[in-house]
Design a protein around this ligand. Structure first.
Ligand code: SF4
Length: 211
């Protein structure tokens, strides 16, 4: 069993305060740390940034209910990492195949921006994920914060591995770290990340996991 935060994790005061406000404003939302999605047999771990207020913070499943999930789950399905139909609901029956999804920060931050202290505080849960997946061969970091948080959770020096969209880093222990720009609506609307660019990253990961 991988160590994960409790429903009322008290460790980030600003996020706890935001959680309480959201519980009052949106009583039907999940409004708690969002657990990982996928099996502990996963060979691929996808690391996002943090739950979106009306996405994962609402539904309780990473990347579920907002635009970022539309692109991510469509791409996972296209490369055989997901089975079923994604319908933006946590009860849609979608299953991940050899893949698991987690956020670097488990609680929704105001304006989608966790502070450096919050990222550091939640890092122990990411470290527990990475240590608790015995078959893990590849990590996909969605954005620079996820990249840095993954390295920190693995105890690796950030200066040795520069973030870059499409970059691949040999972590020296048989595992690879892949980087992509985050699949947020902002990045796709502005053309920073196109679906083709995103698919190209997954094509490399799929090829790597076959070898
Ligand atoms: S972000 Fe992580 S460490 Fe901070 S309160 Fe939420 S679960 Fe706890």
């Amino acid at each position: 069993m991988i160590d994960a935060p409790g429903h009322d994790c008290p460790d980030c005061p600003r996020l706890v305060e935001f959680r309480h406000r959201n519980r009052a404003a949106f009583p039907d939302f999940h409004n708690a740390p969002v657990p990982s999605f996928g099996s502990e047999d996963a060979r691929l771990l996808i690391v996002g940034l943090a739950p979106g207020l009306k996405g994962a913070n609402r539904t309780g499943r990473p990347f579920t209910g907002d635009y970022a999930g539309d692109l991510l789950y469509a791409t996972l399905g296209a490369f055989g990492f997901a089975r079923g139909t994604y319908t933006q609901r946590p009860d849609d029956g979608l299953q991940l195949v050899g893949c698991r999804i987690v956020n670097a920060v488990r609680c929704v931050p105001p304006e989608n921006k966790p502070t450096p202290a919050e990222i550091r505080t939640c890092n122990r849960f990411l470290a527990a994920e990475l240590a608790g997946l015995p078959k893990l061969a590849a990590i996909l970091a969605l954005g620079r914060i996820a990249h840095d948080a993954s390295l920190r959770a693995l105890g690796l020096k950030l200066s040795r591995f520069a973030f870059g969209h499409g970059a691949e880093h040999d972590l020296g222990d048989g595992r690879m770290l892949f980087d992509s720009y985050h699949c947020s609506r902002y990045n796709t609307n502005t053309g920073v990340l196109t679906p083709e660019m995103f698919r190209a990253v997954f094509a490399r990961i799929r090829a790597r996991l076959r070898s």
